[in-house]
Design a protein around this ligand. Structure first.
Ligand SMILES: [Fe+2]
Length: 279
């Protein structure tokens, strides 16, 4: 048996155990993908992957996101850090990662999954939390599921970032506002047949709903989905490999001191289906 897994919480997260060479061989890619989609986030300890190994592993699991030089330089590698000298383009936005979100809600097809490994850890804080949006949907009363089905939500960069920086400057707001908006169904009908909530701080409003009612609905659903029973909190150790399914989970990082130099290396897999479904 090359791959075994243990639940980290009942509803989300598994630790998987695999020989390092087996992991890198790609021979278990389909099992790993299946576990990832079933559990939302999966973790292997002590893998100590180099950038090249992490990239090669990503390629066995899906379509590696190369993006632009600015977004994902060095062949898909993004250095997740507050340090502007290391990642000048995106360090200014990472404060938003402390709020529950899905990545890429401004895209028709948000990324499928992301692989993270730590390079520098903070002595305090900096844990990453994942909430299972499949489980949160499945537990809703049937009448509410029926009500939510068919609703659409507009996602914006300013909705994603303003709550994290309510004292922003005029220039910062103008920059956020320059990003495109995207409308997504509130309930994702995955091609697998499963359904999940498409929740993220980037959700600005429900289309066609009174603004107050819309705010209440999105806030209430966020509170529902972020309950402890749907959340796995990952405390990082050097050597970890963590992969999350961005299409069925939200994530956030807990606060940590900026001067800690905390840095994670990230490779992302492109989305494989639009939220709006395939016609
Ligand atoms: Fe993120």
């Amino acid at each position: 048996m090359a791959l075994t897994a243990t639940d980290l919480t009942p509803r989300v997260g598994s630790q998987f155990h695999i020989d390092r060479a087996d992991l890198l061989s790609g021979a278990h890619a389909q099992e790993i993908r299946a576990l990832l989609v079933e559990r939302g986030v999966i973790v292997a300890r002590g893998m100590n992957l180099t950038d090249d190994e992490q990239r090669a592993l990503a390629r066995t699991l899906g379509d590696l996101r190369l993006g632009t030089v600015k977004q994902e330089g060095e062949e898909g590698l993004m250095k997740v850090t507050f340090d502007k000298t290391i990642n000048p383009e995106y360090a200014q936005f990472f404060f938003g990662s402390q709020l529950w979100h899905m990545d890429g809600t401004y895209e028709e097809m948000p990324p499928f999954a992301t692989l993270l490994t730590p390079r520098v850890l903070s002595e305090t804080g900096g844990q990453t939390e994942f909430a299972n949006n499949y489980a949160a949907y499945e537990d809703l009363p049937e009448a509410e599921k029926a009500f939510l089905d068919g609703l659409k939500v507009v996602h914006t960069m300013q909705a994603a970032l303003f709550p994290g920086k309510p004292d922003c400057s005029v220039e910062e707001f103008a920059l956020w506002h320059s990003y495109p908006n995207r409308e997504h169904p509130l309930v994702w009908h995955h091609k697998s047949g499963r359904k999940s909530l498409v929740l993220s701080t980037s959700g600005s409003h429900v289309v066609g709903m009174h603004p107050a009612e819309s705010r209440d609905l999105l806030t209430r659903l966020m509170a529902h989905a972020a309950q402890e029973k749907y959340v796995y909190r990952h405390s990082w150790q050097m050597g970890d490999l963590l992969i999350w399914d961005n299409t069925g989970t939200m994530h956030r990082v807990l606060p940590f001191p900026e001067e800690s130099g905390r840095q994670l290396h990230r490779f992302t897999l492109n989305g494989e289906e639009p939220v709006a479904g395939v016609a």
